[in-house]
Design a protein around this ligand. Structure first.
Ligand code: HSE
Length: 328
């Protein structure tokens, strides 16, 4: 722990009155093409770790851990998604104690793979664990949605937090965010993920979306999402990929924020991927493939496309994570 951290409370007040716990909040892909604010998938390979302990002093204090990938995470608990979610859990439990949260970011903010959601989920989970688990995973839904709302201009959308909490592929309702459904994938889903080195803040990427959309385009999106959900149930990745690339409402608007968007999509498909899309508000893009070797080929092509467009990028081959948040 960094002894130089500036405290707003005394050391005695912040001293642990319990064991520390460490919780892992995984990364997630969201939207998946036509499923704007409606569909998300928990993935392996990236995540945030929140270490926490209870204090006698009420309230939530946030510290940055050394070695974090992102030092721009706000330590003001009013602006931090993990703190907001943890604070909601304390409130719901009517707890008199407070918490210290040490956040080690494994997911850069503004990358499109659910960094704010991973922290929110880990924060809520850690608070629940320290209080002796008064709540089930399902009971934490409201708290994690509240945490995520901080990062997206107040919008209560669950397409990152719910997959990060429950694991796997999750459908959620933007108008009734506490409604969700898990879709069990019948076979492994190989993924290639690229992270162009551009930052896009979710709140900004939401602000550029239109207030209303043409009726015909909305119908197309509804149909593509419906077919895509059926294809996920069937394990038909070729069909998932086709429908995933048909979003007419959101990606066409956001594509302008990612200069290598078209090149990466084309490269993925030419390399044999089933489909390729932005995740969340971008700039990260992912492709799905029939096999791990197919995902490797897509990743190589997608990274080459980024570099050819003059954009630095990193990437990895990954797969769905069925477990979600867990003790680190
Ligand atoms: N569905 C959200 C969006 C995900 O695309 O804005 C990012 O939090």
């Amino acid at each position: 722990m960094d002894e130089q951290t500036t405290y707003t409370l005394t050391r005695e007040e912040l001293a642990p009155i319990t064991e520390r716990v460490a919780v892992f909040g995984p990364a997630s892909l969201s939207n998946l093409g036509p499923g704007f604010d409606t569909m998300g998938l928990c993935i392996k390979g990236f995540g945030d770790v929140v270490e926490a302990w209870l204090t006698e002093a009420p309230g939530v204090q946030v510290r940055q851990e050394p070695g974090t990938v992102d030092v721009s995470v706000p330590v003001d608990p009013e602006k931090n998604t993990a703190a907001r979610a943890a604070s909601e859990v304390l409130k719901q439990a009517a707890a008199t104690q407070g918490l210290v949260l040490c956040i080690r970011k494994g997911i850069p903010l503004g990358s499109g793979i659910g960094g704010s959601a991973a922290s929110a989920v880990a924060g809520a989970w850690a608070a629940n664990e320290l209080l002796g688990r008064p709540f089930s995973k399902e009971d934490l839904v409201e708290a994690v949605l509240e945490g995520e709302a901080l990062a997206s201009g107040g919008s209560l959308h669950g397409d990152n937090v719910l997959p990060a909490l429950f694991g796997g592929l999750v459908l959620t309702s933007p108008t009734r965010p506490a409604d969700y459904r898990r879709i069990v994938l019948p076979r492994a889903l190989p993924l290639a993920l690229v992270l162009p080195r551009i930052e896009i803040l979710t709140a900004q990427a939401r602000a550029i979306l239109p207030e209303s959309v043409p009726f015909r385009q909305a119908i197309h999106n509804a149909a593509d999402l419906a077919f895509m959900i059926d294809a996920f149930h069937q394990g038909d990745w070729a069909s998932v990929g086709r429908h995933m690339m048909c979003d007419r409402l959101v990606e066409p608007v956001r594509a302008g924020l990612v200069p290598c968007y078209e090149a990466v999509r084309t490269a993925a498909v030419e390399a044999g991927a089933c489909g390729c899309a932005l995740t969340g508000s971008g700039p990260a893009m992912f492709a799905i493939a029939e096999t791990e070797a197919g995902a490797e080929a897509a990743l190589t092509a997608m990274l080459a496309a980024c570099h050819a467009a003059g954009i630095e990028a990193t990437g990895l081959v990954t797969e769905a994570d069925a477990e979600g948040a867990r003790m680190a």
